[in-house]
Write a protein that binds this ligand. Structure first.
Ligand code: PHE
Length: 322
């Protein structure tokens, strides 16, 4: 049996010896013709032979199986498996794009903690206790007693940067911010902002406008226009809210811009000299501008997404499109 080199060869040997009409069966048949006195002994020998043959068959069969398992059966001409490729989250992609716009204008990237003290989130930004602006952003407290909050905007990073660096300063600070909001199509209790800050001698409002215009045109095309409307933030003076021409209709007026041709982006202004006192900058010597912007808002405009919640649901059908 061990000479059989295929399943077929082994099977024919098995049939020859162990089959229903095989040689062993014939021998068992022939027991009847053996003299009575020798029958017992012959029967014992035949049974031992049968056991031996069965074992050899088992061994030979296993050996053939092992040999088959070890044979290389890779078909090198088969195309490879296509592995699913992941991609960066749309908010990561848009953040990177915004960052690289500002980096090419000479801004570096700064970071600050998401868990802040009220001092950085409010006081040093000229938003004192009891100031109505403190209610503008519904704050999530980690500890009201210890005055620890989840930052409601990225503006506290301005303070960290100015505490650690003297002018000239040119930074952007992307990151998560938190507000007590009930989620709906345009609100999320966690979202992302990018703060901008430039402080040096002789910086004026025109520098702010030029920076924002350059950003808008790089991001959305050279036909982009911007406009500033007077507004109020305690940490900037004067303050403004800035708009981009509608990225969908390019200013003609459509459903997205409610016929106005403009899309609100965020707030900006000249750094309030009151803020410089907290970081020991010479307010006589230095001026600067600051601006904010919502990453989700920019991403929603870029990709015409109409519900902010898509960003956080991790639905693969949404994510796969980026
Ligand atoms: N921090 C403000 C906000 O979250 C935006 C802002 C940033 C305004 C910088 C002026 C200057 O609404």
């Amino acid at each position: 049996m061990k000479n059989a080199d295929s399943d077929e060869a082994l099977e024919s040997v098995r049939i020859q010896y162990l089959g229903r009409k095989g040689e062993l069966a014939d021998l068992f048949q022939a027991i009847g013709t053996v003299p009575e006195s020798e029958r017992r002994e012959i029967g014992r020998l035949l049974n031992a032979t049968k056991t031996h043959l069965l074992e050899s068959f088992e061994k030979a069969s296993n050996a053939l199986q092992n040999r088959a398992d070890n044979v290389e059966t890779v078909d090198l001409t088969l195309p490879g498996d296509r592995l699913p490729l992941g991609s960066l989250h749309p908010l990561t992609q848009v953040t990177r794009e915004i960052k690289s716009c500002f980096q090419s204008m000479g801004f570096t990237v700064a970071q600050g903690p998401e868990i802040e003290t009220e001092y950085y989130n409010f006081d040093a930004l000229n938003i004192p206790r009891g100031h109505p602006a403190r209610d503008m952003q519904d704050t999530l407290f980690i500890s009201e007693a210890d005055e620890i909050v989840l930052r409601t905007h990225t503006s506290p990073v301005q303070i960290h940067v100015m505490e650690n660096q003297s002018p000239p300063v040119r930074v952007i600070a992307p990151g998560r911010v938190y507000r007590r909001d009930t989620p709906d199509a345009s609100h999320s209790p966690v979202f992302h902002q990018i703060e901008g800050l430039a402080v040096d001698e002789g910086i004026n409002f025109a520098d702010l406008k030029g920076t924002i215009l350059n950003f808008a045109q790089r991001m959305f095309g050279s036909d982009m226009q911007i406009r500033f409307r007077p507004s109020f933030f305690p940490f900037t003076e004067p303050s403004a809210e800035y708009d981009f021409s509608c990225v969908i209709c390019r200013g003609k007026g459509c459903r997205v811009c409610q016929g106005t041709g403009w899309i609100e982006i965020s707030g900006a202004g000249m750094v309030n000299p009151a803020v410089y006192q907290y970081v020991h900058y010479d307010a006589e010597k230095y001026t600067g501008f600051a601006f904010g912007m919502g990453v989700e808002r920019i991403a929603m405009l870029m990709y015409e997404i109409n519900d902010i919640r898509y960003f956080y649901e991790n639905d693969i059908r949404f994510l796969r499109q980026f």
